[in-house]
Design a protein around this ligand. Structure first.
Ligand code: ZN
Length: 140
């Protein structure tokens, strides 16, 4: 005997799960914590996310941060270092060697310091918007 079953089709209206706060998730991600619980660690290495949260079990393998954190860090650091360099150049005109000795390390250190928090914020954003595999529906 053949039985008919309704196919399970996911849609936004069927998503009855709780709304996720974007800013809270991004803030938790920026502090390298799980966007879901805010307690577990998001990273197992400098830029490697953990497989899952060690407190609540949230799966992090679904994130697709790719190169966005690096682009955002370039924009942020560029908007800090370049105006300072231009201001110093127009007012004091120090030698190029001195400027390179100051700006290059500052750029490198600021970029390295911001890269992990910005990646955490991007993963938190993806989690809050249920992007990729972070939603309750099928991964896309
Ligand atoms: Zn968690």
């Amino acid at each position: 005997m053949m039985t008919l079953t309704t196919p399970k089709i996911w849609s936004a209206t069927l998503d009855s799960s709780a709304k996720r706060n974007v800013w809270t998730a991004m803030k938790r991600g920026f502090t390298c914590r799980c966007p879901n619980c805010g307690e577990g660690k998001m990273f197992r290495a400098f830029l490697k996310t953990a497989d899952h949260c060690d407190k609540c079990g949230q799966d992090f393998s679904a994130h697709r941060a790719d190169d966005l954190p690096a682009y955002l860090v370039i924009v942020i650091v560029g908007h800090i270092v370049v105006p300072i360099a231009l201001w110093i150049e127009t007012n004091y005109s120090p030698s190029v060697a001195l400027q390179l000795a100051i700006y290059l390390p500052i750029t490198l250190i600021a970029s390295l310091l911001l890269l992990q928090p910005v990646k955490g914020a991007v993963v938190g954003l993806q989690w809050a918007f249920r992007m990729h595999g972070f939603g309750d529906g099928p991964a896309d």
